[in-house]
Design a protein around this ligand. Structure first.
Ligand code: FAD
Ligand code: UDP
Length: 375
């Protein structure tokens, strides 16, 4: 007897990749079932409301993109405010502006114009300019020199990643802009903001007409769940999908210490980084500032980095040489699978939100336009 599948797609993971995929598939008249092992939807963008404040449960999430299509797409589900991320760095009790800009150079060296700042930077970087950087330390020293590296990068980076900066890939530090204007905007992108009313509104919009089940772990009932649909879309850990056949991929995790406080304003900014190695957390987030909150209380979160294990969440892929080689073996295995793999964990990629949305849209566009062409 032929068993027919109830759904076109079983989507494992209700984060942005899964939610965008489900939304687009539903629009194309496909029947989707989304499952997530957590007790909520939205993946790492999930927010909890505490004292009227949207608390970013899994760490600060600021949306930014240069792509108008993606900006219009997210704004079609919920309007975004124009929050501009301007984190501060606290090093040994002194505050510095981020990203590295004329304000930072003034705070470090008293330089008042780009020429003065460039002169110091050139002196500090010239020794490192000759060869192509092979690791994060070399990349940072060749871009910003000794002072910035030792005060604002080395300590933060080594506690965030739990590895020497010499063992990390150069691209990680290139996420941060370096500019010679008095501009504390952390991102260079044209569009930036936070959904008004929180990220859950984006998830609700995306998954409005989709059947979703929480507290369901794909691996607890893999074959039964897979039988429910014609095809699986998998957004969890790729190494787990293949039963760790080529060994475990390493991920970095965080523990979050949330604290509600009876005061209106704890630190005057949404994000303050603590860049020295001896302080165990990397940053303190004060959530109300993302939405210009005027509540009489506040909620802060300290982020403590640690290695991912079965006891905590895998947040950051560690794209060093060893893990990249291992990931490539898994990627090869995906070629003989009918499952679709997408998102930060399944592609083992340090994706930001707009990139995950872009990847899901591109995947669904290809999939459904080729099906239309076949009709
Ligand atoms: P996820 O959101 O991780 O969703 C995957 C889902 O799959 C999870 O809900 C998980 O529970 C579920 N799952 C996994 N395995 C199973 C299973 N076996 N069965 C069922 N369900 C399963 N991006 C930005 O653009 N700006 C930022 O400021 C920013 N800040 C960040 C801060 C932190 C601390 C972190 C960790 C990430 C940040 N990001 C930021 C990145 C952003 O979170 C990701 O790009 C995006 O959320 C990834 O979406 P995803 O769907 O790939 O994964
Ligand atoms: N970084 C740093 N000092 C800072 C902020 C960031 O050295 O004050 C480095 C660190 O290696 C970090 C990387 O830059 O992992 C990328 O920073 P980003 O803010 O993009 O990290 P995320 O928000 O993804 O955790």
């Amino acid at each position: 007897m032929k068993v027919t599948a109830d759904y076109d797609f079983l989507i494992v993971g209700a984060g942005l990749f899964g939610a965008v995929f489900a939304h687009e598939a539903t629009k194309n008249n496909k029947k989707c079932l989304v499952i997530d092992k957590r007790n909520h939807l939205g993946g790492n963008t999930f927010c909890e409301n505490i004292h009227g404040i949207n608390v970013h449960t899994y760490g600060a999430h600021i949306f930014h993109t240069n792509d108008k299509t993606i900006w219009d797409y997210v704004n079609s589900f919920v309007p975004f405010n124009r929050y501009t991320n301007s984190p501060l760095a606290n090093f040994e009790g002194k505050l510095y502006n981020l990203p590295f800009n004329m304000n930072t150079f003034y705070q470090l060296w008293g330089t008042k114009n780009p020429e003065e700042a460039k002169e110091i930077l050139n002196k500090q970087t010239s020794a490192y300019k000759n060869s192509k950087p092979t690791n994060l330390e070399e990349q940072a020293l060749s871009l910003v020199g000794e002072d910035i590296y030792h005060k604002l990068i080395k300590g933060y980076t080594e506690k965030q990643w739990g590895r020497k900066a010499t063992l990390l890939p150069p691209f990680i530090i290139k996420r941060l802009p370096l500019r010679f204007t008095f501009d504390n905007n952390y991102f260079n992108d044209t569009y930036q903001g936070i959904p008004i009313g929180g990220y859950n509104k984006l998830t609700e919009g995306l998954l409005k007409n989709v059947k979703c089940l929480t507290n369901v772990d794909f691996f607890k009932d893999r074959s039964e769940l897979s039988r429910l649909a014609k095809q699986v879309v998998f957004t969890g850990k790729i190494d787990e999908y293949f039963n760790y056949e080529h060994g475990k991929l390493e991920y970095r995790s965080l523990t979050f210490e949330h604290e509600a406080m009876e005061m209106p304003n704890f630190q005057g900014n949404a994000v303050v980084n603590y860049t020295e190695a001896s302080i165990p957390f990397t940053r303190i987030i004060e959530h109300k500032h993302f939405e210009y909150g005027t509540q009489k209380n506040t909620v802060i979160t300290k982020e403590y980095p640690l290695e991912a294990s079965s006891q905590n969440e895998p947040f950051y892929p560690i794209n060093d040489l060893k893990n990249t080689q291992r990931y490539n073996l898994y990627k090869e295995m995906t070629k003989s699978e009918s499952t679709i793999f997408g998102g930060r964990l399944a592609e083992y990629k340090y994706y930001d939100m707009h990139q995950v949305i872009g990847a899901a849209l591109s995947k669904t566009r290809k999939l459904f336009s080729s099906q239309l062409a076949l009709k």
